[in-house]
Design a protein around this ligand. Structure first.
Ligand code: PLP
Length: 380
């Protein structure tokens, strides 16, 4: 990975060195079970709770509102299924067609068990129509679940407006913030959000650790039963090393992001410029006004994006043709389909996602190689 030009931060961010350094001791000397009664365990429990406090401060929530999980997939399952379980009289959920595969998969399963699922449409730039959202929320709706930042296009939904709307209608609001936490998330203290899922490996923690913010007073049933961990709401011996690492990774990201974001954005825009200048029949996916700082989704007419990703891999550039979770799927991206991307373009999708360590040299070199790779694949 290290010798590559890595442009796949939305799939996963490299492990933050500070996080790696701090987690080491919890894999060695300090590996006691935090639920045990002896001194070493008490010490580990203290460190674990300090990590919760550190993370809560970064997110702008109370420590008691933050629950640790195995990642965003578990958190999203917990948020949606736990809310339905706590509100059995409400039999409907509202989400969108451009959500991550996790949410869409849960929605499909729920639909089979008799839950009404509304999949909101987006326009050609990946934006929601707020009137349509308002019309979908009613007394039967248990929850509206929407993503903050789209993992494929980088388009951000207006979480403030959506949350206000959900509140007015008395509907619980869950946000999948896997691509937002560590990349300029505002303090949740001022946001109308009830539940928020996130994933550590998107901001420099190891894979397999994440969290769910549950606002005080929001009723939600556990997803994983078995023990008094996480105040009885999520069973399972704590992933101490993972959570400690995640707390350092998040604090580091939160401190760095405000200074790094303008550079990340400038480099992303430069990559876009190189591609658009050299390659005709190219289109940018997603609304450039509401797009985040690090993501560039493009489509090339008449070629297979998968082929370009593999060619670039041989040239030591790592990128994606869509989301990492659906990288092995044959069909076109459901996000681009929902946006109505033209048939000639939809198979030629590429996603480049930058991080705070991406350099100008990376972008100039990658830009040249991308142009070569697309030309090469077009010829064959
Ligand atoms: N939601 C979004 C928007 C994502 O990008 C991802 C990761 O790909 C997930 C959810 C799932 O996260 P995790 O890998 O922690 O299960």
């Amino acid at each position: 990975m290290r010798s590559r030009i890595y442009l796949d931060y939305n799939a996963t961010a490299p492990l933050c060195p500070l996080a790696a350094e701090h987690m080491q001791q919890y894999l060695g000397d300090r590996d006691a079970n935090p639920s045990a009664l002896y001194l070493e365990a008490e010490q580990v429990r203290g460190d674990f709770e300090s990590a919760r406090l550190k993370m809560a401060r970064c997110l702008g929530v109370r420590p008691g509102e933050l629950y640790f999980t195995s990642g965003a997939t578990e958190s999203i399952n917990w948020a949606i299924r736990g809310t339905l379980a706590a509100n059995p009289e409400r039999r409907k959920i509202v989400t969108s067609r451009v959500e991550h595969a996790v949410t869409l998969d849960i929605a499909r399963h729920l639909e089979r068990s008799g839950i009404e699922v509304v999949l909101l449409e987006v326009d050609s730039r990946g934006r929601l129509n707020l009137d349509e959202v308002a019309a979908a929320l009613d007394d039967n709706t248990a929850l509206v679940s929407l993503m903050w930042t789209n993992n494929e296009t980088g388009v951000e939904f207006d979480i403030q407006a959506l949350g206000n709307m959900a509140r007015e209608k008395g509907v619980i609001f869950h946000v999948d913030a896997a691509q937002k936490v560590g990349k300029g998330l505002p303090s949740l203290a001022s946001m109308p959000v009830d539940l928020l899922s996130f994933s550590g490996h998107k901001f420099g923690a190891p894979k397999g650790v994440g969290g769910l913010f549950i606002k005080n007073g929001v009723g939600i049933r556990p997803l994983i039963w078995g023990g008094q961990h996480e105040t009885g709401r999520r069973g399972g011996t704590e992933n101490v090393a993972g959570v400690i690492a995640m707390s350092f990774a998040l604090a580091h990201a939160v401190e760095r992001w405000p200074h790094a974001a303008p550079t990340v954005r400038r480099l992303r825009d430069r990559l876009e410029e190189i591609i658009l200048t050299a390659l005709p029949n190219t289109q940018i996916n997603g609304d450039t006004e509401t797009r985040n700082d690090n993501t560039l989704s493009v489509c090339f007419s008449g070629i297979e994006g998968h082929g370009v990703v593999l060619t670039l891999s041989q040239m030591s550039v790592a990128c994606a043709s869509g989301s990492a979770c659906t990288a092995h799927d044959e069909g076109p991206s459901h996000v681009l389909e929902a946006m109505g991307v033209d048939g000639a373009y939809i198979h030629g999708a590429l996603r480049f996602s930058l991080g705070m360590d991406t350099t100008a040299e990376d972008i100039e070199t990658a830009g040249r190689l991308i142009v070569d790779a697309v030309r090469h694949v077009s010829r064959i």
